[in-house]
Write a protein that binds this ligand. Structure first.
Ligand code: KIV
Length: 264
């Protein structure tokens, strides 16, 4: 098969085909996911929690992301490789450009940034320099100290309207994809229908164009608290590849996430 690109993911949205994506941090799991033809793998700054044992993503460095991006991208032939820009590494255009260069050189195909309309100029600058961008709104973990904890976002009318405006501004700035994290399913549906670009949900119900799971949540090996939107596909199947295949098919059929794995 030919490698997934932002255009092939856009085509999936245009054809109304839902797709699953998953995080990856090392070569062994990336190879399994790639062989299962997962459309996109994310080297997420969630590695701060699941790999490094921290209680937030805040201590993750550009070098950490670049290292894990190199580990993953070396073995990937099919999946699109998306990597996070970590905390405080894109606070202005200069810092974003320097960080982006390092992570793209490590093998990323797309960069993911947390934030709304306030980062639209940074998104524009990256896109103008040939870097596809995945935006990320809702519960953006790098802002946990502003939110006062890992709380569902977009429940009030005011917050919901802001998230809709942010999503549109990021699309207009040139983002190719957008992650919607921990928002009510009804709001995620509204944003998904409003946008031309694919939405990738996590804790955002099953109306988004795609889903993403932290791989540890899909295999039931998350250290500490397991989120409500997780499902242990490994327990249901008994092997990593079968678990990933089941996850992909459950997303495509719209069975995952179900109502009890979603917020309202
Ligand atoms: O860091 C990460 O893994 C993420 C996903 C949860 C979307 O941002």
């Amino acid at each position: 098969m030919s490698k997934f690109t932002v255009s092939t993911l856009q085509k999936l949205k245009d054809e109304h085909t839902k797709f699953g994506t998953i995080t990856a941090y090392d070569a062994a799991f990336a190879k399994i996911f790639d062989e299962c033809e997962v459309p996109a793998l994310l080297i997420g700054d969630s590695l701060g929690m699941v790999i490094q044992g921290r209680d937030s993503t805040i201590g993750v460095s550009v070098e950490d992301i670049a290292y894990h991006t190199r580990c993953v991208s070396k073995v990937v032939h099919n999946s699109l490789v998306i990597a996070d820009l970590p905390f405080m590494s894109y606070y202005d255009k200069q810092s974003a450009a320097e960080t982006a260069k390092k992570i793209m050189e490590a093998g990323a195909n797309v960069l993911k940034l947390e934030g709304g309309a306030e980062i639209a100029e940074i998104v524009k600058m990256l896109v103008q320099n040939g870097i596809p961008v995945c935006a990320h709104i809702g519960l953006t973990p790098q802002s946990v100290n502003v939110f006062g904890g890992y709380k569902i976002q977009g429940r009030s009318e005011e917050q919901a309207q802001k998230l809709i405006k942010d999503a549109v501004a990021l699309q207009e700035a040139g983002a190719s994809l957008i992650v919607l994290e921990c928002i009510p399913s009804e709001l995620a549906k509204e944003i998904t229908e409003k946008l031309r670009i694919p939405t990738i949900g996590i804790g955002a119900g099953n109306s988004t164009d795609a889903q993403i799971l932290v791989m540890h949540d899909a295999f039931g090996i998350t250290p500490g608290h397991t989120p409500k939107f997780a499902r242990n596909f490994l327990k249901e199947t008994g092997s990593f590849s079968e678990a990933v295949k089941l996850y992909l098919s459950e997303v495509t059929s719209g069975n995952f996430p179900n109502d009890s794995q979603s917020f309202h």
